[in-house]
Design a protein around this ligand. Sequence first.
Ligand SMILES: Nc1ncnc2c1ncn2[C@@H]1O[C@H](COP(=O)(O)OP(=O)(O)O)[C@@H](O)[C@H]1O
Ligand SMILES: [Mg+2]
Length: 253
Amino acid sequence: MTILQVRNISKSFGGVRALNELSFEVEENQITGLIGPNGSGKTVTFDIITGFTKPDSGSVYFQGRAITGMKPHKIARLGLGRSFQLVKLFPNMRVRDILVFSSQTKDLRRQLEVFIPRRQREDAERKIEEVARFLGISQLMEERAVNLSYGQQKLVEIASLLVMRPEPKLLLLDEPAAGLAEHEVRNIKNILAGLKGLGKTFLIIEHNMFFIMDICEKIIVLNYGVKIAEGAPEEVRRKTEVVEAYLGSDYRA
Ligand SMILES: Nc1ncnc2c1ncn2[C@@H]1O[C@H](COP(=O)(O)OP(=O)(O)O)[C@@H](O)[C@H]1O
Ligand SMILES: [Mg+2]
């Protein structure tokens, strides 16, 4: 089943064509990778999918429904979550408070008008404990964000997605393994596999090729805003074009 469909998306900034007629699909309960050199349009693709940027043309469908041009919080509420560097935004907040913040509805009007019932608050707290246990960060809940290691920050980013209500079905992660030590990369890999086992779907931007080749069912390769390859990791790896544009000769299969 296709959960996300990107169809003929184009986007220019001034004279720069960031994306040129990009189309791809993400299958439910799979891990799909989005790779390409710096400036190839990966983050712009995420911005368009999540409603932060409007495409010049083209459409995005989530679970069969057109979401192009919808507001980011509306898209999130449909079950499409994107990780943010909350730790950078709130360096002095405790992990628990960051997760409480993430679990709250981002609809300002509802926040102002509706008193959050005790039952709902308790449900959110229970969910936060459960997610923290699953990710192995329970012991960090009272720690201030600024004191976390880079690897721990990445786990808090994933946690902040999992506590969202409604819980996202499709999770967009921008470089979850960047800058991590090998054992931390392994840990993230196990966590993503575990979440997939629980029915989650991922679209992941990542530069760590060993990570992406290992966990993805499908990889999409961008170069100058154009899709130059798409397929299973072993197919993509063999494409000479991809090797030349991005992977370098070290990575030839
Ligand atoms: N808000 C913006 N204004 C102008 N140019 C932008 C903006 N966002 C992205 N770009 C340009 O679009 C291209 C793709 O950027 P991006 O998607 O961030 O690349 P990456 O693949 O490294 O994530 C780059 O040339 C970048 O400079
Ligand atoms: Mg980027």
